[in-house]
Design a protein around this ligand. Structure first.
Ligand code: 13P
Ligand code: SF4
Length: 349
């Protein structure tokens, strides 16, 4: 566990990190992107960190890849690339930076390292895990293979490098249907998200999909009754659910897609009111670009994503820790599964 009081003291000896309204006022371009969701007082607290991180990024020739669930000050203040898991993986293959700082969870940093073995990949907090990645090991994949011997294994990118290495191909929530349709097999094993698998199965009825029983602690909390009640109380609201939600929740929604799919849907449809059935930062991060949309309704926080803070990103870049390492024999096999996914998504897009 990171010793935050000590880290805080150490950082203060090098950087001026006191709240700074004058500095904040001079950084209006950055602030404008988050002004609807970050108060001026909070911006005065964040601005010194944002300024220090952006300067250090240049010094280290680093790039920051940030997931759509990062807090607005990370998403809008310091990220070079933002996106869903697929976009971040693709961008990791394109970057010319020497250092990648992953603002997301551990499996995302591992994926970046697998795709860029020669680069330094930094994870600001190694405890930023994922309930899906924790739900299965390579042994679990082997058990599924023993049960369904001729079925290929499609593993969600929300898995460890070992699980990816034991799989035939990866998928994300934005390309899972594409990947399953493209595979020449009647029965397909999907790991580890039972709900993503069931949601895909509903869209690809010609295939038999069998699944591992993992779930996302954020999305599994929603129920179909929640959605029906919400619709009764807010009849004109567009309900948009991530496919990690249970299928009966997705069935009640107007649209289901990956985090980038959600953003594309909102940009295309511009509903007057929307409820995003997903992690809380999603609505915060897109609300400044869409002032015409009122985002309402409950949301669930991912405790793992929220482990990443400006303070930890600054510490990570300052000390160049923690560097992600993946054993070469695992990385080589995992890279095949991830690259197959990227290639297949590009072909059938
Ligand atoms: P996306 O690929 O849709 O961004 O999903 C990643 C994730 O962890 C959602 O919980
Ligand atoms: Fe994992 Fe769910 Fe958090 Fe995404 S939201 S990182 S799937 S626990």
């Amino acid at each position: 566990m990171l010793d935050m009081p000590t880290i805080r003291e150490d950082l203060k000896t090098v950087y001026d990190l006191a709240p700074n309204p004058a500095l904040a006022a001079s950084m209006q371009a950055e602030y404008a992107r988050m002004a609807r969701v970050v108060s001026p007082a909070d911006w005065a607290i964040h601005a010194p960190y944002v300024a220090a991180i952006n300067a250090l990024k240049k010094e280290r020739n680093a790039t920051i890849l940030a997931h759509n669930y990062m807090t607005p000050e990370i998403f809008h203040g310091i990220a070079d690339v933002v996106g869903d898991s697929l976009q971040l993986a693709i961008e990791a293959t394109r970057t010319e930076a020497d250092v990648i700082v992953q603002c997301g969870v551990h499996f995302m940093a591992e994926t970046s390292k697998i795709l860029n073995p020669s680069k330094i990949v930094l994870m600001p907090d190694m405890e930023a895990g994922c309930s899906l990645a924790d739900s299965i090991t390579a042994k679990g994949v082997a058990q599924m293979r023993a049960k369904y011997p001729s079925a290929p294994v499609v593993s969600y990118v929300n898995t460890t490098a070992e699980v990816k290495a034991a799989s035939d191909i990866c998928c994300t929530s934005s390309n899972a249907v594409q990947i399953i349709r493209a595979l020449d097999a009647e029965t397909i094993i999907m790991t580890p998200d039972q709900y993503l698998a069931q949601n895909v199965a509903a869209q690809v009825p010609e295939k038999r999909i069998v699944w591992w029983e993992g779930s996302c602690i954020v999305h599994e909390q929603y129920t179909a009754q929640d959605i029906r009640d919400f619709r009764d109380w807010n009849p004109d609201t567009r309900i948009i659910a991530h496919p990690e939600c249970p299928p009966e929740v997705v069935a009640e929604a107007d649209y289901s897609g990956s985090t980038s799919g959600i953003l594309d849907y909102v940009s295309r449809e511009r509903p007057a009111r929307a409820m995003l059935v997903t992690e809380c930062s999603m609505a915060s991060n897109i609300s400044d670009a869409h002032p015409e949309v009122e985002f309402i309704g409950p949301c669930n926080m991912c405790p793992f994503m929220k482990k990443i803070t400006l303070e930890k990103v600054l510490w990570s870049l300052h000390t160049m820790t923690t560097q992600i390492e993946v054993a070469p024999e695992v990385a080589d096999k995992a890279q095949l599964a991830v690259q197959r996914m990227i290639d297949l998504s590009a072909v059938s897009a």
